[in-house]
Design a protein around this ligand. Structure first.
Ligand SMILES: [Zn+2]
Ligand SMILES: [Zn+2]
Length: 270
């Protein structure tokens, strides 16, 4: 028996003798099945082909990823109240476990949306911690398990200064994490691709499907802006290692919502 992992999206499936017939996440319009067809690996297979890289962005925040599948990058966020893994990756090698244990382990895992569920149970087991997921995306949990704690509503305060904020958009339960103490107290938002940092690193944008170019409505994008209105923040960390808004994050979000809405309503004027 094996725990197969989809090589296109990184999702780990429940134990089975043969690979799943298809990947439910990749068959859906927010992901895709590569033209070569679906292929599968396992955690043991990945240990032979991929190694996690680490990038320290600033005090208390370290990116972790191996460029596998969608290229997901997790963040080890070392808050005053404990360490949290924001988002997750399929690659959990021995060095990663040793290093994170040396930094105090994990108090919790929180994930923005199903494209980062990946091998979340392996991480939860290694660090004996819960996984916080928004209940609105329950149907996309391919491998259930006791570590998953589904939450409802608009916000979930994990502990002082660390709040999960449901923005919706890309997925109905699309969540970002606000860390009040980050950026020397100016505040940090960890966004996955609920807010997607643009290639020029000056804006964020919003999509239902990034690979298949399906936009969101005005209502959904304004909802994202409104969800973050109560929170001060300066830095936004995006989906990949190199996608960061280094300052003025709050203003960038506000002007990005306005630009998106003007574009979709045809009122930009160009
Ligand atoms: Zn997949
Ligand atoms: Zn996504």
């Amino acid at each position: 028996m094996h725990l197969f992992i989809c090589t296109a999206c990184g999702t780990q499936y429940p134990e089975s003798a043969a690979p799943p017939a298809q990947c439910v996440i990749c068959e859906e319009e927010r992901q895709y099945v590569p033209p070569r067809g679906q292929t599968w690996t396992t955690l043991e297979g990945l240990a032979n082909s991929h190694m996690n890289a680490f990038h320290e962005y600033g005090t208390g925040i370290i990116g972790i990823g191996a460029g596998f599948a969608i290229g997901q990058r997790a963040l080890l966020v070392r808050t005053e109240g404990g360490n949290i893994l924001w988002d997750c990756v399929s690659t959990l090698d021995a060095a990663t476990v040793t290093l994170i244990r040396g930094l105090g382990g994990l108090k919790a895992i929180a994930i923005s949306h199903p494209h980062f569920y990946t091998a979340m149970h392996e991480w939860a087991r290694a660090f004996d911690c819960p996984i916080h997921l928004h209940a609105a995306d329950k149907e996309w949990v391919m491998r259930p398990g006791p570590a998953v704690k589904h939450w409802d509503g608009d916000t979930l305060k994990l502990w002082d200064g660390v709040t999960l904020v449901r923005c919706g958009g890309h997925f109905p339960g699309g969540t970002v994490m606000h860390w009040a103490g980050g950026a020397q107290g100016r505040g940090v938002v960890c966004a996955g691709d609920v807010l997607s940092i643009t290639t020029d690193r000056k804006w964020v944008s919003f999509m239902r499907s990034y690979p298949n170019f399906i936009p969101l409505s005005k209502r959904e994008v304004e909802g994202i802006g409104n969800a973050l209105k109560p929170f001060p923040f300066d830095i936004i960390y995006g989906h990949y290692f190199d996608r960061v808004i280094p300052k003025d994050g709050k203003r960038v979000l506000e002007k990005s919502v306005a630009r998106y809405v003007a574009a979709i309503e045809g009122t930009r004027g160009y």
